[in-house]
Write a protein that binds this ligand. Structure first.
Ligand code: CP
Ligand code: NVA
Length: 307
């Protein structure tokens, strides 16, 4: 069995590979917008496993595979044998004999690792409790589109030290920008990959006003991620004062962007005037999931394509 290339966490791609993926995403986006057909994956199939809800991830992968000439099929735990206890290892062995690439959204990162370890084909993490690497690909690509290189810039993360925050941290280390994170006490980012994140790439605060100072990008997410619903009320109280308001945005650089992976709750983690305002790039960010994932799929299946 040959070793398949996977994208299980952001740090699975080197800076060089990421640079290639971002360049290809820009090319594939231009081609798509020009109505040009590019179908290198005719006859190829992606299996998508969803153990949590999704709008963007499902549609961006399904549309992206179709645009590349392939097909994507949807499995969830309710209607597949995963929901009746079939081990993820056995699922991987079977799916990877019938499909060319697998995407999974689930709870534990360990399940994604087990799937990849038993798969003959590339596996993509479409969100776990620990990481959301495809979203950070789209976010960094969106930043590059708007502002040029992200190296040397400052990103402020406001809110929960969750899967998104942890993935931003990996991106900061690899791509050379600074991540300033403001969380309530008790909701800090838990670093899980054993990596040493020095002060030049990571600073933690409990005051959002401190974190947004000098930021080129302010970004946030829901206070309660999928899988943590039982904590929703406690979190609503703990996160009081962590909404990205117009006043908070005004403390960042005057040309700072605002991003949110969506879905968003106006009046909770972000004020309507911010997410719907001129600094917000959330719709480009959502669209870019598709373009950057097409580039990722191309890279995992075909290597560094340059045509
Ligand atoms: N941002 C994101 O992953 O959206 P979905 O949950 O809708 O896929
Ligand atoms: N942190 C959120 C992201 C949703 C796209 C969650 O895990 O639910």
């Amino acid at each position: 069995m040959t070793q398949a290339r996977h994208f299980l966490q952001f740090s699975d791609l080197s800076r060089e590979a990421l640079t290639h993926v971002f360049e290809r995403a820009a090319i594939l986006k231009r081609r798509r917008n020009a109505g040009e057909l590019y179908r290198p994956l005719i006859g190829q199939v992606m299996t998508m496993i969803f153990e949590k809800n999704s709008t963007r991830t499902r549609v961006s992968f399904e549309a992206g595979m179709s645009q590349l000439g392939g097909h994507a099929m949807f499995l969830d735990s309710k209607t597949s044998q995963l929901g009746r206890g079939e081990p993820v290892e056995d699922t991987a062995r079977v799916l990877s004999r019938m499909s060319d690439i697998i995407m999974i959204r689930t709870f534990d990162q360990q399940a994604v690792e087990a799937l990849a370890a038993n798969s003959r084909v590339p596996v993509i993490n479409g969100l776990t409790n620990e990481y959301h690497p495809c979203q950070i690909l789209a976010d960094v690509f969106t930043f590059i589109e708007q502002k040029g290189s992200i190296a040397g810039k400052t990103v402020a993360w406001i809110g929960d030290g969750n899967n998104m925050a942890r993935t931003w941290l990996q991106a900061a280390k690899i791509l050379g920008f600074k991540l300033k994170v403001a969380t309530p006490k008790g909701y800090e980012v838990a670093v899980l990959d054993g990596c040493d994140y020095g002060a030049d790439c990571y600073e933690a605060f409990n005051d959002p006003k401190e974190a947004v100072k000098d930021a080129d990008l302010v970004t946030t997410d829901v206070f309660t991620s999928m899988g943590f619903e039982a904590e929703a009320e406690a979190r609503r109280q703990a996160f009081c004062g962590f909404m990205v308001s117009a006043e908070l945005m005004a403390l960042a650089r005057s040309d700072a962007l605002f991003m949110h992976c969506l879905p968003a709750h106006r009046g909770e983690e972000v004020a309507a005037e911010v997410i719907d305002g001129p600094q917000s790039v959330v719709w480009d960010e959502a669209e870019n999931r598709m373009h950057v994932q097409k580039a990722l799929i191309e890279y995992l299946l075909l290597g560094q394509v340059n045509d």
